[in-house]
Design a protein around this ligand. Structure first.
Ligand SMILES: NC(=O)c1ccc[n+]([C@@H]2O[C@H](COP(=O)([O-])OP(=O)(O)OC[C@H]3O[C@@H](n4cnc5c(N)ncnc54)[C@H](O)[C@@H]3O)[C@@H](O)[C@H]2O)c1
Length: 245
């Protein structure tokens, strides 16, 4: 699963799944651009770690929900071969307490940003005559969940956007796929109230564990590499068996 000679952009890559993906892509030979928002120290530490291991990396700060910031980042880093739309936020709130501002913020980062970043980087892929886009959705975009309506709506939207772009750009050799992970042990999942018993009972994962960021990174590497050349418009589910469509 080599990414030798490929330039890859991973959004929200200073922590969690994005960070694990950056490390794995660098090991696979990619030049890795680590997008982050207000996490300069974490992003620079990751760049240093990749460079110390002989890899190529650079950090690019941009709020991916802001069209101007995304365009400026595209001009700064130039065209990429692989794009992983990973940046995301989550909020727990009852539906009736959810404000218009909550909705706009969640949909801005979790859905609109995928549109903005794809729109900024697909032209470069068209010039190169190939590209691979991997969008990080969520199993909650398929299942839905009480108290998480904007997040679930956004992630379901990411799946629809993925399939539409896959159809539109298949003739130009741009593959667009999504990953719908089950629960993964990162900052996004509030581990403090997740005892082993709670995970066992509430999440009922057949493999009896949360995902690790590396589990999702491995799926992203597959979808970014030429090994997945006949995949487009697909949603892969690294989830320990919790969802079996
Ligand atoms: N952890 C889980 O259980 C889980 C499950 C399914 C899907 N996901 C998805 O995986 C992705 C990564 O999440 P994670 O679990 O690694 O959590 P995380 O909080 O560690 O990572 C999210 C990253 O996105 C960045 N980010 C947030 N807003 C941004 C913005 N406007 N611009 C640029 N970067 C921004 C954050 O700073 C953070 O580094 C998210 O899209 C999340 O929805 C996570």
């Amino acid at each position: 699963m080599s990414l030798q000679g490929r330039t890859t952009l991973i959004t929200g890559a200073a922590t969690g799944i994005g960070r694990a993906t950056a490390l794995l892509f660098a090991q696979a030979g990619a030049r890795v651009v680590i997008n982050h928002w207000r996490q300069s120290a974490e992003a620079q530490a990751l760049v240093d770690q990749i460079r110390a291991a002989g890899g190529e990396a650079l950090a690019a700060e941009a709020d991916v929900s802001n069209a101007g910031a995304v365009q400026a980042m595209a001009e700064q880093i130039g065209p990429v071969d692989v794009l992983v739309n990973n940046a995301g936020i989550i909020q727990e709130k009852s539906f009736l307490e959810t404000t218009e501002a909550d909705w706009d913020r969640m949909l801005g980062v979790d859905l609109k940003a995928v549109f903005l970043v794809c729109r900024a980087f697909i032209p470069g892929m068209l010039d190169k005559g190939q590209g691979a886009i991997v969008n990080i959705a969520s199993d909650l975009g398929i299942l839905g969940r009480e108290r998480y309506a904007p997040y679930c709506a956004a992630k379901a939207g990411v799946i629809g956007l993925t399939k539409s772009l896959a159809r539109e750009f298949a003739p130009q050799q741009i593959r667009v796929n999504a990953i719908a992970p089950g629960p993964v042990a990162t900052a996004m999942v509030s581990l403090e109230h997740m005892s082993a018993e709670w995970v066992e009972k509430e999440l009922a994962i057949p493999q009896h564990r949360l995902g690790a960021p590396e589990d999702i990174a491995a799926t992203a590497l597959f979808l970014a590499s030429d090994l997945s050349g006949f995949y487009t418009g697909q949603v892969l589910g690294p989830n320990g068996g919790s969802v079996m469509p």
